[in-house]
Write a protein of this length. Structure first.
Length: 158
């Protein structure tokens, strides 16, 4: 199952909505906005699956996105740019982005998993959730779900 960029964005925005009480000090409305637009750079580069995206891909995507944001009129330009600043809210949306990718992968048929995805399924996003005990526990639950899926459906690595 391959979801669209829009579907992915909506799913992490919903996750942010439901986690509002876990982060009372954060501006969760800002997190929700970040979730909705975070993959906007893929409009310029195309959608590269999370497990295949390289640092160079991310750098190119970011440069093209910032170039586009700079062309927007004020105050849209400043508001859009502020959504990409490194803040606690950015930490939250980046963690949710990684978690949703793993959760979505757990929902896909295991026959679609590539060999390298088995290990990534167990480790992807760990560093992004480390700032939050709640998100760390959620990541552990998703990891267990991955292990259960592999046990139930079989390891199909070549």
């Amino acid at each position: 199952r391959h979801e669209s960029v829009a579907e992915h964005s909506w799913r992490i925005a919903l996750m942010a909505f439901f986690l509002r009480d876990e982060f009372p000090e954060a501006d969760m409305d800002k997190v929700t906005r970040m979730c909705l637009i975070h993959d906007l750079g893929e409009c310029f580069t195309g959608d590269i699956p999370a497990f295949d995206k390289t640092a160079q891909d991310e750098s190119t995507e970011e440069a093209l996105l910032y170039q586009w944001v700079a062309s927007l009129p004020s105050p849209c330009r400043e508001e859009m740019r502020a959504l990409y600043d490194e803040t606690q809210e950015a930490q939250i949306y980046k963690a949710l982005d990684k978690l949703e990718a793993v959760i979505s992968h757990n929902e896909s048929d295991i026959s679609t998993w590539e060999d390298h995805e088995y290990d990534l399924q167990l480790t992807y996003g760990e560093q992004n959730v480390a700032f939050s005990p709640y998100l760390t526990a959620l990541r552990q639950a998703v990891r267990q779900e991955s292990l259960d899926k592999i046990t139930r459906e079989g390891d199909r690595r070549k």
